[in-house]
Design a binder for this molecule. Structure first.
Ligand code: NAD
Length: 357
């Protein structure tokens, strides 16, 4: 039986492969961009400058000031360069932080965006922007922030350190896990979600062992694209709400927090979402583990921290985090009871295995 559904496809051109950065100039021409500002973090300046040189006069300059959580003051500095240099398009080269800066500029200017992702975070496939001002994070959903073109170049992911590769990949898996039990789930997104988890779960242990394994890198980036598409297409639930609250309140690192919380949020939702759990377990391919246990095992296999206390969260923060998760909650397949949420957080804080009940 097929349940009734609504599916809205988002317009975005995707170019995937190895060496695709060489096509940046052609893609800018296709968009009609003649003076692009290339955005990056301070760490990725060399790569951005190489990309800018590669497109010649189509690059107006490099802005290497992107940082985590898209602070508005950084956006304002970049906006001043956009105006001063007569920029007519944006190239965001990097992870979710750089993509966030590109989106923040696009929201204010409506300039076309071309994103070259170098992590597995998936922001490039979504019309969602999270920004911070005076320590407060706000989220905007607007078609203006959805990039026009995404250019995936597997070669650029080879330098992603093994530890960040593992957690960034599990951050991507989290989008697919929640897409499988989303209120507005649909057959297409669910196909992409299961395939995305399968691709990443197979690739991550291999690339953490051998970061230069091109085949594993290719499968991981393909999986990240699928999972990012899920994030852009359907609503997220308890897991993303918890990570949003934890990241904002205790300044915890993004991908690492997702990696710790995911097995526990999955276990919490398991009784309310049996078919999603079956799909996740199938995709993880661990014969002896259910969905939540399989995700916990995967985090261990990639060498990630599995306890919030190891990411710097104080034990005294568990109650505050439980309150935040229950304040303006996202829709969730299982009703949220405070005692069970607190227990989930306490287990995640201590690094215990997830418990389904
Ligand atoms: P990031 O962009 O902050 O990158 C982490 C660090 O790794 C940076 O210093 C970066 O320069 C470096 N790096 C990136 N790629 C590299 C590579 N290939 N080789 C070497 N170093 C590399 O981390 P992230 O996890 O990609 O992004 C996190 C941010 O993205 C958060 O702010 C999060 O809220 C946001 N995000 C937003 C969405 C959305 O839809 N709006 C989705 C996912 C994540």
């Amino acid at each position: 039986m097929i349940d009734p559904f609504v599916y809205t496809a988002l317009p975005c051109r995707v170019v995937f492969g190895s060496g695709t950065l060489a096509r940046l100039g052609d893609e800018l021409d296709r968009l009609g961009v003649k003076r692009a500002l290339v955005l990056c973090t301070p760490l990725q300046r060399d790569l951005a400058e190489r990309a800018a040189r590669g497109v010649g006069s189509r690059a107006a300059g490099v802005f290497a000031g992107a940082v985590m959580h898209t602070p508005v003051d950084v956006t304002e500095r970049a906006l001043a360069e956009v105006h001063a240099k007569g920029v007519d398009g944006l190239v965001a080269l990097g992870g979710g932080s750089t993509t966030g800066l590109g989106k923040a500029l696009a929201l204010r200017t409506d300039l076309p965006q071309l994103v070259v992702p170098t992590t597995y975070a998936g922001s490039e496939m979504t019309p969602i922007l999270g920004e911070t001002k005076d320590g407060v994070k706000t989220t905007t959903r607007s078609p203006k922030v959805l990039p026009e073109v995404v250019l995936y170049d597997v070669d650029l992911t080879l330098s992603l350190p093994p530890a960040l590769s593992g957690t960034s990949g599990i951050n991507a898996i989290a989008h697919a896990v929640e897409a499988l039990y989303a209120q507005d789930r649909n057959p297409i997104t669910s196909l992409m979600a299961e395939e995305g988890i399968r691709a990443l779960a197979g690739a991550l242990p291999a690339l953490v062992r051998a970061p230069g394994d091109r085949d594993a890198r290719e499968r991981a980036l393909y999986g990240a694209w699928l999972c990012g598409t899920c994030l852009g297409a359907v609503g997220m639930a308890l897991h993303h709400k918890l990570c949003h609250a934890l990241g904002g309140s205790f300044d915890l690192p993004h991908a690492e927090t997702h990696t710790v919380v995911l097995p526990h949020a999955t276990a919490f939702n398991a009784p309310a979402a049996p078919s999603a759990m079956a799909a996740i377990a199938r995709a993880l391919g661990r014969a002896d583990a259910d969905a939540a246990a399989g995700l916990y095992a995967l985090a261990g296999e990639v060498g990630a921290a599995r306890a919030l206390k190891d990411l710097g969260m104080p034990g005294a923060g568990i109650d505050r985090a439980a309150d935040l998760a229950l304040a303006s909650p996202y829709w969730n397949p299982r009703p949220l009871e405070r005692a069970a949420i607190r227990e989930l957080l306490a287990r995640a804080w201590a690094g215990e295995p997830p418990q389904t009940n």
